[in-house]
Design a protein around this ligand. Structure first.
Ligand code: MTE
Ligand code: MO
Length: 375
């Protein structure tokens, strides 16, 4: 029975052959593995345990890891469907449960499929800025990622004999009598659909693909040529941002200094080309000008290299504050930016001033800064 199934006479299509299944499984393991590792990196940067440090250089590294996270996640969607299509006859094989190990294996496949679908769906909706749920996305997405990767490892371990046998066999030409898509045709179609899905969306972070990425989100569509995630109006900071009484407070061990906008503008200015790399996968490089953090700290009587608590004018909102670690406050490319692409910051980009640091998630590039406090 098993042997017959593998050869496929009962279900016809060669797509259900283990040689096709194993190859798609291998691609899926690669995209999922990449997605998991890059997601873990992003999580660690945003919630750093004491043993974790993330460098401030190269400036583009997070842009690449997070772009990879979203692109590999998107590539996983057609691959997951193809994988399920490839094995679905086996999922309904009778008897449904043959033994305890067999039952456990089936449960692990159920958990694996559910977790994988959950991750890909929530990730995709997050990227599309659509939040039809009421849990906090990062926590749940992160927790379920461990369930997904754990059940994938169990699945691979259980299937290893079949995987190595199937990958050892050549895909070969199908018997001409085989119904439906040939193995090659199925693998080719899967690769093609995956490629199209990637090209259609990767422009959100790969500049060269911008023109062809028809399904891409948030590119070049904000003021000053940079997308906006949360506007000043939505954050409720417009009045406070343009209040002439606005001062930047810098609180250090040696006391509190206050800077008006014109005092900040009068300090030595640094200009740098730096990307905003949103965790949602879009990224955009721009030219930022402002006061380098090491300069600002020295002016305020503190040492570059101290961790800073960055507080914005926003009263509530998940991203109203951030921690800027010492590696970043010591980096002369970390800016308290006052200008973007040659103009004063637009309200939506953080007027009067915002943090732009090299190699950081966009979510930590706090806008509408009110206070910097040595942590
Ligand atoms: N105060 C504050 N700063 C913030 C945010 C926010 O909601 N509030 N959003 C962050 C996110 S998620 C991103 S990706 C960047 C986007 O910057 P931009 O809107 O200038 O492109 O700002 C960050 N800074
Ligand atoms: Mo973001």
């Amino acid at each position: 029975m098993l042997r017959r199934l593998r050869e496929g006479p009962r279900f016809g299509a060669a797509a259900h052959d283990e040689r096709a299944t194993a190859r798609i499984g291998l691609w899926l393991a690669l995209t999922f593995g990449l997605c998991f590792v890059t997601g873990l990196i992003s999580h660690l940067i945003q919630h750093p345990p004491s043993w974790f440090g993330w460098p401030s250089r190269p400036v583009w590294l997070y842009r690449v890891t997070q772009g990879t996270h979203v692109i590999s996640g998107i590539a996983s969607i057609p691959l997951l469907f193809a994988k399920l299509w490839s094995v679905y006859p086996k999922l309904f094989e009778k008897p449904l449960v043959r033994s305890l190990p067999h039952a456990l294996e089936r449960v692990s496949i159920l958990v694996l499929s559910a977790a994988a679908f959950f991750e890909l769906t929530t990730g995709l909706l997050n990227v599309a800025q659509n939040y039809p749920w009421n849990f906090y996305f990062p926590t749940v997405h992160y927790a379920v990622a461990w369930i997904a990767i754990g059940s994938i490892l169990v699945h691979i371990a259980v299937k290893l004999p079949i995987i190595s046998r199937a990958l050892g066999e050549r895909v070969g030409r199908d018997e001409p009598a085989a119904q439906g898509l040939s193995r090659r045709g199925f693998l080719g179609a899967t690769a093609l659909v995956t490629g199209v899905a990637v090209v259609a969306t990767a422009g959100a972070t790969v500049p060269a693909l911008r023109r062809v990425s028809v399904l891409s989100w948030r590119t070049d569509n904000g003021p000053q040529g940079v997308p906006v995630n949360r506007t000043a109006a939505a954050a409720g900071v417009l009045a406070a941002a343009y209040d002439p009484a606005w001062r930047l407070e810098v609180v250090t061990g040696s006391g509190t200094s206050e800077f008006s906008l014109s005092e900040l503008t009068a300090l030595p200015q640094t200009t740098a080309e730096l990307p905003i790399a949103c965790v949602e996968g879009w990224s955009q490089s721009a030219t930022w000008t402002g006061v380098a953090l090491p300069d600002l700290l020295r002016t305020a009587g503190a040492q570059p290299g101290t961790d800073l608590h960055v507080v914005s004018l926003e009263l509530n909102g998940l991203y109203r504050a951030s921690i800027l670690p010492g590696v970043h406050t010591a980096d002369p490319l970390t800016l308290l930016a006052l200008r973007l692409n040659g103009e004063p910051l637009d309200a939506d980009h953080g007027y009067p001033c915002r943090i732009i640091a090299p190699n950081r998630p966009g979510v930590l590039q706090t806008k509408w800064v009110r206070r910097l406090e040595a942590a």
